[in-house]
Design a protein. Structure first.
Length: 451
């Protein structure tokens, strides 16, 4: 094999596909659009959940009798009143108090409809047993308002504590302040660090999926286009199939790495501007062994799916047909991401473990489990061995398919013809007007192009 020819094919594939609008859009447009969309979604969601400007007038109805003016919070919420109804006295019966509360709730509904109140909540009779509070509004209720109501009720409970209680009222109102720590280093983990430790592997898995599948499909489409415009005939006169194969794989592999580097650099640049983003990335605890594992998995995944796509491109006759087969492979590869909820529910379950050992999902499945559970080393080793063996077998088979189908026009390379060629070990390539002739080994010294 002449490596100088491989280098020429590598440079041609890299430069040609790098200038493609589809690659530029995938490498730059998709991340940019994704970041912009995420920014606006996060801003909209955060504003909707934290902005309480639309809830300046919030009332309450206390059916349980637990609320006291001695507790703080009355500057935020006010009791619902009705001047036309007499307030029950100290000797009022439970039925009279219940009727009065019903009247106040009807009055609150009217005030909510007329705009006098923006929202109101009801503390039911059995609040001490259930802890439930009913909150009413004509619009979306932000999380901040719910938190304010919770804080108000905590303060009410704390205000009823006896004076000789060893715990302060402030501690009763805010009883827990959880600090999360790394089990290995005992370092304190912030909120964004915890999220990063869980989600960062998922982002890497999505990155792998995007880079591997898009670049591998560039390889498949390139083979189909070269077959359709007869450029493959020109290449076959000066290159051996194995040289062309390796040149394409290495060229598109370099393109995939370029795409990942661009995304990573962009992510680091953005993260450097925000403390939360730096904490998010730092929480991933990406040490050298883990980064090396990610790199090995990426190389194996790229080689595997590139070989599959190359084989599809060499075996079919049209680009539309190749996309049909490629979509099946892509669907299988994306299954772990589609079933993301299974990883959060039980990362050690049957389905996540199966995806880790199935060749077409092993790479993505392995990375997605890393952020959620401690994976035994033997499982990682078996997964890598399966990926290596599958990659070698698929690349060997793809090389055979590529050699047999690179000059076939107008017809597909059938499994029967491929099996016969693999069994006999020698084959004569044909055009669309001839059938493939398979000759026993020893009766044919070299491949011939029949016209």
């Amino acid at each position: 094999m002449a490596w100088n020819k491989v280098k020429l094919v590598l440079l041609r594939e890299y430069l040609f596909n790098f200038k493609r609008p589809s690659f530029l859009f995938t490498a730059f447009g998709v991340p940019a659009l994704t970041l912009v969309a995420m920014f606006f979604i996060i801003q909209f969601t955060a504003n909707r959940e934290t902005n309480t400007d639309a809830f300046q007038k919030v009332g309450y109805i206390d059916r349980s009798g637990i609320i006291t003016e001695a507790a703080p919070g009355f500057e935020t919420f006010a009791p619902v009143t009705d001047v036309d109804v007499e307030v029950p006295g100290e000797n009022a019966t439970p039925d009279e108090i219940a009727d009065y509360s019903d009247t106040l709730q009807q009055r609150a509904e009217q005030q909510l409809g007329s705009g006098v109140l923006d929202a109101y909540f009801v503390v039911p009779d059995n609040y001490v047993l259930t802890g439930l509070v009913d909150l009413y509004a004509d619009q979306n209720i932000p999380e901040a308002l719910q938190n304010d109501v919770e804080d108000f009720m905590r303060a009410q409970i704390a205000a009823r504590a006896p004076d000789d209680l060893a715990v302060s009222a402030d501690r009763l109102a805010d009883p827990v302040d959880v600090v999360l720590r790394d089990i290995d280093t005992d370092d304190e983990l912030g909120e964004y660090a915890v999220i990063g430790r869980i989600l960062l592997p998922f982002l890497f898995a999505f990155l792998y999926f995007m880079a591997t599948n898009t670049t591998a499909q560039f390889l498949m489409n390139g083979v189909v286009e070269e077959k359709e415009n007869r450029l493959m005939e020109i290449l076959a006169t000066s290159l051996r199939p194995i040289e062309l194969l390796w040149g394409k794989l290495l060229g598109l592999g370099a393109l995939a790495l370029t795409q990942i580097v661009l995304w990573v650099v962009a992510g680091i640049a953005i993260a450097s501007q925000f403390d939360e983003a730096r904490e998010f990335i730092g929480g991933g605890a990406l040490d050298a062994p883990m980064l090396l594992l990610f790199l090995v998995v990426f190389v194996l995944n790229f080689a595997l799916f590139s070989a599959i796509m190359l084989g599809i491109g060499a075996a079919v006759t049209a680009e539309a047909e190749s996309r049909q087969f490629a979509s099946i492979v892509t669907l299988i590869n994306v299954l772990p991401i589609m079933l993301l909820s299974l990883y959060f529910v039980n990362p050690d379950g049957v389905v996540p473990v199966f995806f880790m050992f199935f060749p077409l999902t092993a790479g993505v499945g392995l990375i997605m489990r890393i952020g959620l559970t401690d994976i035994p080393l033997w499982q990682i080793g078996i997964s890598l061995v399966i990926q290596v063996v599958a990659t070698i077998v698929i690349m060997w088979l793809a090389a055979k398919v590529f050699r047999l189908g690179m000059l076939m026009y107008g017809k597909r390379l059938t499994p029967r013809a491929l099996w016969a060629a693999l069994r006999e070990g020698s084959v004569t390539l044909t055009t669309a007007t001839q059938e493939m002739d398979v000759l026993p080994a020893g009766k044919q010294k070299r491949s011939m192009f029949r016209r």
